[in-house]
Design a protein. Structure first.
Length: 402
């Protein structure tokens, strides 16, 4: 076992510790960059003291530990520890099983309870959206509820990736979830997992021929769904467009860029900068710029890929931003796999709007600041008349402003 683990550890060391000496392939410019990364070549810089320490630790465990160590768990723990040491909430390592579950979410189809979540500053998992007709909705889980326990295990402070992995599972199986409402009341319910298949884009025609498109998240299907919804509205003689990005926490940047290209034509979308100061521009479109009044709705839940899109249309002057200041998540992650099916997510670049405004930990300031007059129990079922941010956007469209 020792020789086998030593060989694995050497490979792990060359791939992870000395990766800056390897060929780094980035195939997609975005928040979640899907690539098949291969590491080749011989390290040009070898810190023998650090590598020696890894082998010393392996030898110590094999010779001293009172039970026979599981070599695979040792290796998994070593890799997880390295990512954890980055102290970056957006970088992580995933076992093959964890990575498979993570990839499901990018398509908009998965098996779970039917919620969209985010992590607050304490890394607690907070519910951002509850899909209708799902186990979560039937159990009474609401927007802004905090997930406290999953199957009796306290998950506070453990981040969204871990908590979501516990709630996900095969459709038909049960999971016990303890959630806490805004008033501090805690509720424990057993939920039967189901297959969740939700479109990320919805649309309707409002009074006066004003088109309304809501994008809940950016999946690999969002770009095409947006095109379809926009075309449907255009056939109804739409006079202006409202795009709602409130509580859209981001997702696949390629699809956010797709939407930007559809509206901006060949206009700038923005860029990101790597650790060496290299600037990488997001891909421009080649069509014509959208020529009707446009307003984007944003708030504190608008983050990441959503901020790239909102920042692009604001800087271009195509649209006014209405609502409240956005979240300020302006860093890019690469998502990829190792040869054994395990995977990683690592922060690689920082995002900027076309005019060079930093997004990370700053956010976007709306052109028209409007606080939501009432905090609804479920934002997504709030009536149009009660939504004063939407009403302001409608007013702007009707006045013919851009």
């Amino acid at each position: 076992m020792k020789n086998k683990f030593t060989k694995q550890l050497l490979i792990f060391t060359l791939i992870i510790v000395l990766s800056n000496a390897a060929t780094y392939l980035l195939t997609v410019n975005g928040f979640l960059n899907f690539s098949s990364t291969q590491f080749i070549g011989v390290p040009s810089r070898l810190d023998t003291a650090k590598v020696k320490k890894l082998f010393e630790a392996e030898n110590l465990i094999n010779s001293k530990f009172y039970q026979k160590p599981d070599e695979n768990k040792l290796l998994e723990g070593a890799v997880k520890g390295m990512f954890k040491a980055l102290e970056d909430e957006y970088s992580d390592y995933y076992t093959p099983e964890e990575f498979s579950k993570l990839m499901e979410e990018s398509t908009g189809e998965y098996e779970g309870i039917g919620v969209v979540v985010y992590a607050n500053e304490a890394k607690d998992t907070v519910v951002l959206q509850v899909f209708e007709n799902t186990p979560a909705a039937e159990a009474g889980i609401r927007m802004n509820d905090k997930i406290v326990k999953v199957d009796g295990e306290d998950v506070l402070g453990k981040g969204t990736d871990y908590t979501v992995s516990k709630m996900r599972g095969e459709a038909g199986t049960e999971v016990e979830v303890t959630f806490e409402h805004d008033n501090g009341e805690q509720v424990t319910k057993k939920l039967k997992r189901a297959k969740i298949n939700q479109d990320s884009v919805s649309a309707e025609m409002l009074d006066g021929g004003i088109g309304y498109i809501q994008i809940n998240e950016f999946t690999t299907q969002t770009g095409h769904q947006f095109d379809d919804k926009l075309s449907q509205l255009e056939k109804q003689n739409m006079s202006g467009l409202i795009v709602d990005l409130r509580y859209n926490g981001g997702g696949i940047v390629d699809d956010a860029v797709h939407v930007a290209n559809r509206l901006l034509g060949d206009g700038d979308v923005g860029y990101h900068v790597d650790q060496n100061g290299n600037r990488i521009d997001y891909q421009k479109g080649d069509g014509a710029k959208y020529n009707k009044p446009v307003v984007f709705l944003v708030n504190e839940g608008t983050a990441s890929a959503s901020e790239i899109l909102a920042g692009a249309v604001q800087d271009d002057g195509l649209a006014k931003l209405v609502g409240t200041k956005t979240f300020g998540k302006g860093v890019v992650q690469e998502l990829s796999t190792f040869s054994d099916g395990s995977g990683y997510k690592i922060t690689t670049e920082t995002n900027f709007t076309p005019k060079g405004h930093a997004i990370h930990k700053v956010g976007l300031t709306p052109d028209v600041n409007v606080e939501l007059s009432e905090k609804p129990e479920n934002f997504y079922t709030m009536s149009r008349d009660a939504d004063n941010q939407l009403q302001k956007a409608i007013e702007i469209i009707r006045n013919g402003q851009k």
